[in-house]
Design a protein around this ligand. Structure first.
Ligand code: FAD
Ligand code: NAD
Length: 401
């Protein structure tokens, strides 16, 4: 049979939702749909700061792919993508090579280190479940190590590099978790330092002033120290060097939340990168390859109104999936391709425990418990879209705190 074969790479927000929408766009005998992912589970990237701090169990962030994707309609291949051969329309996996007629790349992000010496080797990053689990275990180990050698104060210093949303959400979780670990290990709370370093003059550069002031006060009240206007120049095995003078701050834990770029497989496969990502056209296709769609954190999609690319967010990745599935159907069945338009539902950030803040819809500001409840609604809404009410019951966040 000669059904067009659509291959989706990566089961993140973009990949999962595209796969789901493709099963809705086509009937069983129209196309073959293949989903490739490293693991047999999908994870909530937007919860990884909680996994990394140890405030939720890693399993809560994971969803088995077979539980949400219809295996009669989709062939699932658990394997790691190594390279995309776009000119011969093949994908090299660790264990086999597969062909495609249409390709959707949703391989997500990795940390952007901007060539900062030592960043690759010595800094942790909140990137996937396993890397986040490593941070969680490492943190607890520092408490145990300190108890064995209380002269080593730097074991209890935790540096977070970058005060974008990831850095801010992560220090919020640390502010809740570390006092708990102090109790567990019988360590004086005042010995623990959480230091967030940001090169811009404020945290959350570009975000609403009232909201970022609120976040800063809430976190400072819980003993987070901010060093804004301070550049991390180098990372050492036992700390960081900051500013022009390269002053040293000793710390056994450095977590880098200073920025993201496309999964390196994309650049390594010959797609041209602009600031670490592929500049796709408004219909989400790669330049010169009408059969390749690139979504989520691997792509830059221009916001036609501002002339600037959309930021890499889950909300946008999920919405891009609709456009992508529609455009693949239009390409196969004949029809108009549509351009991607973002419907902004707002931005809400958790600050640990019952604390949160953000904007919804038209810029309406939310603080505290109200914001936290909204954050949970956003998370539950996604679970509902992906797996219906049963998935919400199994993995949802119901209570405001
Ligand atoms: P991902 O979700 O990263 O998925 C990529 C998938 O590809 C993964 O399943 C991975 O296993 C798979 N993969 C990777 N490499 C391979 C390979 N070689 N072979 C096979 N499979 C592979 N955005 C928001 O809108 N709201 C938020 O509240 C929010 N909070 C965040 C909190 C944190 C801590 C972080 C780190 C990010 C947050 N973001 C948030 C941003 C958001 O998570 C990303 O924009 C989003 O995950 C991008 O989706 P994606 O589908 O492109 O990639
Ligand atoms: P980011 O690029 O938004 O922030 C990185 C921060 O690190 C910037 O403020 C930058 O000035 C700083 N930085 C870079 N180099 C530095 C250096 N050498 N020294 C000190 N500071 C340095 O990255 P992110 O926070 O990981 O966010 C990535 C994307 O995920 C964004 O689009 C964000 O909106 C999204 N996200 C959203 C949420 C949410 O909506 N709740 C949560 C997390 C992430």
């Amino acid at each position: 049979e000669n059904k067009p074969r659509i291959v989706v790479l990566g089961a993140g927000y973009a990949g999962m939702m595209t796969t789901k929408r493709l099963t809705q766009q086509f009937t069983e005998d129209e196309v073959e749909i293949v989903l490739v992912n490293k693991h047999n589970y999908h994870y909530q990237t937007t919860w990884l700061h909680e996994v990394a701090a140890g405030t939720i169990n890693p399993n809560q962030s994971r969803i088995m792919i077979k539980d949400v994707i219809n295996n009669k309609r989709v062939e699932f291949i658990q394997d790691a993508v190594v390279e995309i051969k776009k000119d011969s329309k093949k994908v090299v996996l660790e264990n086999q090579e597969i062909d495609y007629d249409y390709l959707v790349i949703g391989l997500g992000f990795e940390k952007a280190t901007f060539g900062i010496p030592g960043m690759e080797e010595y800094a942790f990053s909140i990137q996937d479940v396993e890397k986040s689990r490593l941070i969680r275990e490492h943190i607890e180990y520092q408490f145990a190590s300190y108890k064995n050698d209380p002269t080593q104060d730097h074991l209890l210093t935790f540096i977070v590099g970058g005060a974008g949303f990831t850095g801010i959400e992560f220090v919020g979780e640390l502010a809740e978790k570390l006092p708990e670990l102090c109790k567990k290990h019988d360590v004086d709370k005042n010995k623990v330092k959480i230091i967030n370093i940001e090169m811009a003059p404020t945290i959350l550069p570009g975000f609403d002033d009232d909201l970022l002031d609120y976040a800063k006060k809430s976190l400072e009240f819980r003993n987070v120290e901010f060093k804004t206007g301070t550049v991390i120049k180098e990372v050492k095995p036992d700390g960081v060097l900051i500013g022009e003078e390269k002053d040293e701050i000793k710390a056994a834990t450095v977590v880098w939340t200073g920025g993201v770029q496309a999964n390196r497989i994309v650049g390594n496969s010959g797609f041209e990168l602009t600031k670490g990502k592929v500049n796709v056209d408004p219909t989400l296709r790669a330049p010169g390859h009408d059969e390749v769609f690139i979504l989520g954190d691997c792509a830059w999609v221009m916001n036609q109104e501002t002339g600037r690319p959309y930021p890499p967010t889950a909300q946008i990745a999920i919405q891009e999936a609709d456009t992508c599935a529609h455009n693949i159907a239009a390409s196969i069945n004949g029809g108009e391709l549509e351009e991607f338009h973002f419907d902004n539902k707002g931005t809400v950030a958790s600050l640990g425990g019952k604390h949160a803040m953000g904007t919804i819809f038209d810029g309406h500001k939310l603080y505290g418990v109200q914001a936290k409840a909204m954050k949970n609604i956003i998370d539950d809404r996604y679970l509902f879209m992906l797996g219906g009410p049963l998935l919400v019951l199994k993995k949802g966040k119901f209570r405001p705190f």
